[in-house]
Design a protein around this ligand. Sequence first.
Ligand code: BG6
Length: 486
Amino acid sequence: MAALPDFDIVLFGGSGDLAMRKLLPALYHLFREGMLAPGARIMSSARKNMSLAEYRASARTQCGAFLGQAFDAVKWESFSERLFYFPLDAQDSDSYHSLKAALNEHAERIRVFYFSTPPSLFPVICSNLGRHELITPESRVVLEKPLGHDLKSSCEINDLVGGYFSETQIFRIDHYLGKESVQNLLALRFGNALFEPLWRREWIRDVQITVAEQLGVEGRGEFYDRTGALRDMVQNHLLQLLCIVAMEPPSSIDPNAIRDEKLKVLRSLRPFTAEDVATKSVRGQYRSGAINHAPVGSYTDEPGINAESSTETFVALKAEIDTWRWAGVPFFLRSGKRMPERVAEIIVNFREVPHSIFDLPSNSFRANQLVIRMQPEESMKLFLLAKKPGDTMALEQAHLNLDFAGTSQTRRLDAYERLLMDAIRGNLTLFVRRDEQEAAWTWVEPILSAWSASPERPKLYAAGTWGPAASTVLASRDGLAWNEES
Ligand code: BG6
């Protein structure tokens, strides 16, 4: 990997969960790989009044816990010399002075402002950075989700940030795009001639995208109860994955060429009518149950959750794309908390052969399947039927491992490592453009509105199951079954 240019990264929300679990560990890995130029600085800022030594000690303990075996005390010591701390009240312009002085020691450098604070602080941080003239032509801003609660609030955030940074300086992060197998899917689709002729309605029966977590709301109760699974996962991560599967081949790897094609997919999604919401969407909420044989409580018993809450912790949708390529191919999307397994995968189900000459029991595997996994491990497999060794002409399911990277010794990058490097280098390919984000909100809004207008509550499902039975019914209306049920 080519080393990164000199940069300063400022982490707003630098003592928060994301910084400790993802951002600092990602920068530590890049440091260990020799990617950080000798002068690169990581400047964390947060409200808490701590000395630099206290911040470094706290980061060591917290990141150490998340890094596990990758933590090396000696390497961490040298890494932490790059780490600086600026106690700062984002709303108080006067508290930016020491950050300003430090940044201006290298005014010409690439500056990355990483906003991992609640979005309500984005406006005031932007205006304070502007007031102190800290936004240089070499600056970029990375925006963490949630970017708004609906189309209107997302437009407001975009207008506001857009008043200080140009669109080419704005990096809206969706960490699913940084996952290795998502990029491998791009390579598979557009680096090979083999799949393109098959990648259409004539050969693909349905696509299923599942992001299931075993975790509950993990101390984020208040945030989650205002948000729900549709906003937290589908509006961003699942729709971005759908775009990668469904987009037309872009004319180049240029960020806008790719983002233009993703935008066309989002704009071709068939809007949900009120009737569609009733028949093509399912919302669920977990009640008590068991995960890995251990009992877990219900959603409404979690801290920060309203006992009467009708927030969904599970969503299943049938999406349809109105284009020649995809007409009639259902894209089933599903995401939930407290599912039996942690799994994130895209399944492309191909059609069966037009006429089978082999005797196959009706319930056996009959059609090819491409499985792209992001969780728990990253992989890509193509399932086929092959002859079973032996004297009879019996077939069995076999798979080709298309994940060639898995056989190399190169360490896999975490999504945040890759996306941080891209932001530092100024490469927008894996970041979401404003119009994409707004098109995604436009598509989910009718579902959100119909749900909030409906007296019906989300359907309950036991923790540790695959969601309400209605989700099975959703797929079976098309004569299909979710992958774990097939
Ligand atoms: C985040 C959501 O964007 O993604 C969380 O806010 C969710 O609720 C997380 O747990 C899942 O990410 P990953 O990479 O662990 O699948």
